[in-house]
Design a protein around this ligand. Structure first.
Ligand code: ADP
Ligand code: MG
Length: 258
């Protein structure tokens, strides 16, 4: 892990986001340094998914800064009209903060290998043969090398999610963003995905993980952030946040979750 003086891979400062009159993020700060795993926990509707989607510019935000690798997002317009001003910068951020979704979001009409290769070939314009060899490497890494030519519907949920992780890795991003990666899985399939995420943490990947799985948060995170109604209510190392909550809200959340 880098020291705190190094440039963070992702820094979010005082971020505000509303859907119409509904304020969803009310001034959120998040920092992830290279090699750090930051988990976001909180009740349904607290703004966790919105925060991830704002971080990689899938959603607009109205106020605050998003700084990727020391480079602050440049905006045009203000408030409800604020948009990223620099298209190339936006693409750079989206491709470098690769997202893994709860529902996998694999393309049903493509094989697993095609799913993993698609964005590097079409968005990053990488050489197809080289991408194929990298893609097969990541499929092996997540333990589904033998599923390369299968279609998503032929895979279990856990295998589909591992394919989605291989797809995110194949972009060779600076960080991975996970939005409840195990929530759609049966308990017995959850563990195979948790093990992959654990291995990624151990090899020093930078990750922002929204999760309802407190055991995974405890096992993989360097830092845990508890979001409540669009604000950070409490944050700290997993050992403290998950076992010694300081606020009634976090205490209540944990006792309802565990
Ligand atoms: P979480 O991931 O913590 O469950 P979300 O970020 O999905 O929370 O949602 C936060 C709030 O924003 C909720 O009240 C939700 O209904 C609202 N919301 C999320 N997406 C949209 C949208 N596209 N349009 C309007 N409201 C939304
Ligand atoms: Mg969510």
């Amino acid at each position: 892990m880098n020291t705190s003086s190094a440039t963070p891979v992702i820094a979010i400062r005082n971020l505000h986001k509303a859907y119409g009159s509904l304020e969803v993020l009310k001034g959120v700060d998040i920092t992830a340094h290279a090699g750090q795993v930051v988990s976001l926990i909180g009740s349904s509707g607290s703004g966790k998914s919105t925060l991830l989607r704002c971080a990689n510019l899938l959603e607009d935000s109205q106020q605050g800064d998003i700084i990727f690798d020391g480079d602050p997002v440049r905006w045009k317009g203000a408030g409800a009209n604020r948009r990223p001003a620099d298209h190339a910068q936006m693409i750079r951020i989206r491709t470098n903060l690769s997202m893994v979704f709860q529902q996998f979001n694999l393309w049903a009409h493509m094989t697993v290998l095609q799913n993993v290769m698609e964005a590097p070939v079409t968005v990053l314009k990488r050489d197809r043969a080289q991408v194929e060899s990298v893609a097969r490497g990541y499929l092996a890494k997540v333990g589904i090398a033998d599923k390369a030519d299968a279609f998503p519907a032929q895979l279990s949920g856990g295998q589909q999610q591992r394919a989605a992780i291989a797809r995110a890795l194949c972009m060779e991003p600076k960080a991975l963003l996970f939005d409840e990666p195990t929530s759609a899985l049966d308990p017995e399939l959850e563990q195979e995905v948790v093990r992959v995420i654990q291995a990624l943490a151990e090899e020093g990947r930078t990750m922002l993980i929204v999760t309802h799985d407190m055991r995974m948060a405890a096992d993989v995170s360097d830092h845990v952030v508890f979001l409540h109604q669009g604000r950070i209510e409490e944050q700290g190392p997993p050992g403290r946040i998950l076992t010694d909550p300081q606020t009634d809200r976090l205490r209540g959340f944990l006792s309802a979750t565990l």
